[in-house]
Design a protein around this ligand. Structure first.
Ligand code: G3H
Length: 251
């Protein structure tokens, strides 16, 4: 079976009750073939419950991050238990903003991925290089290092619930989208890495999303690439572009 295209919306630290109502009503009114497209939105943690209760079942809801402990003295952290209690089945992990701003290492990210999977969550695991790393021809090395940290703590069967999001840091929120070929090149390298380091089946089945300035204007071209299995969309997920992107895929 082919890889189901995933359109993810990462709202980052943007929300209000009013915005939730608008974005979720618009999504509820939109239609897509659920055999071919999976839609996942990731609002900030305080809005997860509201979004889950308002969104139609075809919309999967994701956290943007969790911790690797069930409960206790971890002020400000989000437990997988909270997600399960709220009917939230996904979490993003290892976003570059977590890595850069909050200093989450490859090892911490990997620990979170393993923990989330053990708790029955599906994970969007983010990888991607910074501009200076790309310019130093280090893109593959950086992405492979990030993947290796995750692969080390997973069993091959765990990958069934992992989606990899390739998000070049220089393309995030900058309007400088990777060209379809630039994205495809890295996606193909990631798939080859999975083939060489995990298994043929995992390489074939694992979805690799592209993220970084995806918009209604560029999504059609990006999605023509054979190894682009969906998008993780930031800014445009807070606008009508998100549904246009879903519709572009459906068309
Ligand atoms: O998780 C989403 C990415 O960071 C992309 O953000 P962006 O679409 O605003 O560039």
């Amino acid at each position: 079976m082919g890889r189901k295209f995933l359109v993810g919306g990462n709202w980052k630290m943007n929300a209000s009750k009013q915005l939730v109502n608008t974005l979720v009503s618009n999504l509820n009114a939109a239609e897509w073939n659920t055999d071919e497209i999976e839609v996942v939105i990731a609002p900030p943690a305080p809005y997860l419950d509201l979004v889950r209760s308002l969104a139609k079942p075809e919309v999967y809801v994701s956290a943007q991050n969790i911790y690797f402990e069930k409960k206790g003295a971890f002020t400000g952290e989000i437990s997988s238990e909270f997600l399960k209690d709220l009917g939230i089945t996904w979490t993003i992990l290892g976003h570059s903003e977590r890595r850069e701003i909050f200093k989450e290492s490859d090892e911490v990210t990997a620990k979170k991925v393993a923990y989330a999977l053990g708790e029955g969550l599906s994970v969007i695991a983010c990888v991607g290089e910074k501009l200076e790393e790309r310019e130093a021809n280090q893109t593959a090395a950086v992405v492979f290092r990030q993947l290796a940290a995750i692969a080390t703590v997973l069993k091959p069967e765990d990958w069934t619930h992992v989606v990899v999001a390739y998000e070049p840091v220089w393309a995030i929120g900058t309007g400088k989208v990777a060209s379809p070929q630039q994205a495809q090149d890295v996606h193909a390298e990631i798939r080859t890495w999975l083939r060489d380091n995990v298994s043929e089946a995992v390489a074939e089945q694992t979805r690799i999303l592209y993220g970084g300035s995806v918009s209604a204007k560029n999504s059609a071209d990006l999605q023509t690439q054979i190894d682009i299995d969906g998008f993780l969309i930031g800014g445009a997920s807070l606008t009508g572009d998100f549904i246009t992107i879903i519709n572009t895929r459906s068309a």
